[in-house]
Design a protein around this ligand. Structure first.
Ligand code: ATP
Length: 311
């Protein structure tokens, strides 16, 4: 089973409007509410791939209850640390071809809650063979919190795929215990290194030679329609994908992490792992839902992904 961690989940609400009027009343007819947060997207796609997944993290209040209800409806096992404060809503207003987002920051966790979750996390590790950690940290937790989770997992011999950004990601790469895999996009990679990284192969190779990445077994730099550049141990790969009709690309990175997790957990060969991760990313872009794929189209897209080893 795979453990999918979301430390700051949300209910994602989308309001489609023909026109978004400021300083006026906007009435919405169709409202879409989903259990959101990057790790929950990962959990959903893992479940859609037919693999066992357990969703965990921290949630609370009626919004937390709604998230659990939605997960139960989708048959996704879950075991969260419950807190007394409300989890967050994240609102996307879709108007005139644009997307205006209003994102609550979510509850501030206490030191005790941070420690309680680490205890829970350690307990849950006895049930799983791989962990994914996605997204930002809630307020109140130290920036090295993911690093602490990685250290606990390593002690138990469980590999971690970390998909985060900013300080929590940087801190997780600074210490001796490294995540097994990371999946930055080019922007996150550039932020991490404090310089603009472009998608040229030599440039990417140079970027990944940085000491921050030493000791990470799998580095998947996802590049949207350009596929990915990947370093596995000492070997580099360029993964290319076909041109496709995109419906909604949001959550493609999460679907890629889900594909990576499932294929790694099934001990598939590296080429199959990379093709699976790219396929689940692509399948997400052709669906309207965020972090959702249709597995009936898997083989068709999988066959079109090309993996080339770079000398
Ligand atoms: P997000 O933050 O929206 O979850 P991301 O920036 O982490 O995404 P991307 O690099 O945009 O991740 O996308 C991950 C994978 O999804 C890509 O490597 C590719 O397989 C697929 N993908 C994303 N966008 C496109 C696109 N426009 N066309 C084809 N495939 C895409």
């Amino acid at each position: 089973m795979i453990l999918a961690v979301t430390m700051n989940p949300s209910v994602d609400i989308s309001y489609p409007l023909h026109e978004f009027k400021l300083d006026a009343v906007n009435r919405v007819e169709t409202v879409r509410k989903t259990a959101g947060g990057k790790g929950l997207n990962v959990a959903r796609v893992i479940a859609q791939m037919g693999e066992k997944v357990l969703a965990t993290g921290v949630l609370g209040g009626t919004i937390g209850d709604y998230i659990v209800q939605e997960l139960n409806k989708s048959d996704i096992s879950n075991d969260f640390l419950n807190i007394e404060r409300e989890s967050r809503n994240c609102i996307a207003i879709l108007h005139e071809g644009m997307q205006t987002e209003i994102l609550e920051s979510g509850p501030t966790l206490t030191k005790e809650e941070g420690a309680d979750f680490l205890g829970k996390f350690e307990d849950l590790l006895s049930k799983v063979s791989l962990v994914t950690i996605s997204g930002s940290l809630p307020k109140g937790l130290p920036a090295d919190y993911y690093q602490q989770m990685i250290e606990i997992s390593q002690r138990k011999g469980i590999p971690v795929i970390l998909d985060s950004s900013g300080d929590p990601l940087r801190k997780a790469l600074l210490y001796k215990e490294k995540p097994f895999a990371i999946k930055p996009n080019i922007t996150e990679l550039s932020q991490l290194l404090g310089m603009k990284v472009d998608s040229g192969i030599r440039h990417l190779q140079q970027a990944l030679d940085h000491e921050l990445f030493q000791g990470i077994e799998w580095i998947v730099v996802s590049m949207a329609s350009e596929g990915a550049f990947v370093r596995i141990g000492a070997a580099d790969y360029r993964v290319t994908i076909p041109k496709i009709e995109v419906v909604n690309p949001v959550g493609s990175g999460d679907a890629t992490v889900a594909g990576l997790a499932v294929a790694l957990n099934r001990n598939q060969p590296a080429t199959a792992v990379l093709k699976t991760a790219m396929t689940t990313g692509m399948l997400n872009t052709i669906e309207a839902g965020t972090g959702s794929i249709n597995m009936t189209k898997f083989n068709q897209y999988f066959d079109l992904v090309k993996v080339e080893k770079i000398d």
